[in-house]
Design a protein around this ligand. Structure first.
Ligand code: 13P
Length: 334
């Protein structure tokens, strides 16, 4: 695949007023979400839940792509149509989570490094054959006493860059996600500093590994106060600090930036994105790639009665997509 094709996929992922829905929870993570609403986690309940999400009528009005987990990429609707076909027929790009999750970083208690590079070339080639157009790799950066270490940041950014280069070799657009966790009592400025140093390290690593930024999407965490910080920054403070941080560390040649929700409430995730876009124009489109902030209301509803609430749960997904799509344009109103 040519760089032009990678570029056009990357641009489609952040088309005006559109974002990404992240439904790539591993079987362990989706079990936690299902446990929270009292649903048994089996291959078929996972399939049925993802069918509800992916067949939401007119989803593509505000959703450009969906990130899937390996199992989901291979599943089909109840009627036997592969999810990837449903998506491509409806103008939604299939994405695939390819990392093997964060693991303890040896020698650095409390810190994590994401694994999954072994055999990645072959897995990506298979995913491309199965219809994946973009991929995701999530690194986790923890803030705490003497954390993060530069070793943790560099090890994660090196892996992100190796992954990104392998994706492009297989004709898949890499979404690079260095998530700075919200956990902790640190303030906004600490989150700013950690995010900036992480993004600078990431773009230095991408450069070293010959990754074409024009065919890459950044999935970033917002600059926010730690969850347990007594003083919580306002919506405008979060938006201003996040924009300042991105401008200080992300090259303008990147086709777009999408945000994770990271445990923010649905409304906060939408309000922050909207405020950032109202402060534009910026060097890149800023949109969303939310997991929880796109799904949690729908999951709650669906869990009460999977058949009876199927349509209402889909309406809830469509509503979250619409609100976040408006926020991606800076046109959302509370
Ligand atoms: P949240 O929006 O729930 O943080 O999930 C996004 C995601 O894909 C994290 O990797």
């Amino acid at each position: 695949m040519s760089i032009e094709q990678l570029e056009s996929i990357a641009q489609a992922m952040v088309a005006p007023g559109k974002g990404i829905i992240a439904i790539d929870e591993s079987n362990t993570t989706i079990k936690k979400r299902f446990d929270g609403v009292g649903i048994e986690c089996t291959e078929d309940t996972r399939r049925a839940y993802r069918e509800m999400l992916l067949t939401t009528p007119n989803l593509s009005d505000h959703i450009a792509g969906a990130i899937l987990y390996d199992e989901t990429l291979r599943q089909s609707t109840r009627a036997g149509v592969p999810f990837t076909k449903v998506m491509l027929d409806n103008g939604i790009l299939p994405g695939i989570k390819v990392d093997k999750g964060p693991h303890p970083l040896a020698g650095f208690p409390g810190e994590l490094v994401t694994e999954g590079l072994d055999g990645l070339r072959e897995r990506l080639q298979e995913y491309a054959r199965l219809g994946a157009k973009f991929a995701k790799w999530r690194a986790v950066i923890t803030i705490g006493d003497d954390m993060p270490s530069s070793t943790c940041i560099e090890a994660n950014c090196h892996a992100l860059a190796r992954y990104a280069a392998l994706c492009q070799e297989s004709g898949i657009v890499p979404m690079v996600e260095p998530e700075v966790l919200m956990d902790g009592s640190h303030d906004l400025e600490v989150c700013y500093d950690v995010t900036e140093v992480t993004l600078r390290s990431l773009f230095a690593s991408l450069y070293e590994q010959n990754v074409m930024l024009e065919g890459t999407i950044l999935k970033a965490s917002m600059v926010v106060s730690g969850k347990d910080c007594p003083e919580q920054a306002s919506v405008d403070e979060v938006a201003e600090a996040t924009i300042r941080c991105l401008k200080a560390s992300v090259p303008a040649s990147l086709p777009g930036i999408v945000f994770l929700s990271g445990g923010q409430s649905d409304e906060a995730a939408t309000a922050h994105l909207n405020a950032m876009n109202q402060m534009g124009p910026h060097p890149w489109p800023l949109s969303f790639s939310y997991g929880r902030a796109m799904q949690s209301a729908a999951l709650k509803l669906w869990s009460k009665d999977m058949d009876k609430h199927f349509g209402d749960a889909q309406k809830t997904v469509a509503q979250r997509a619409r609100e976040n799509g408006l926020a991606a344009l800076g046109q959302w109103k509370k």
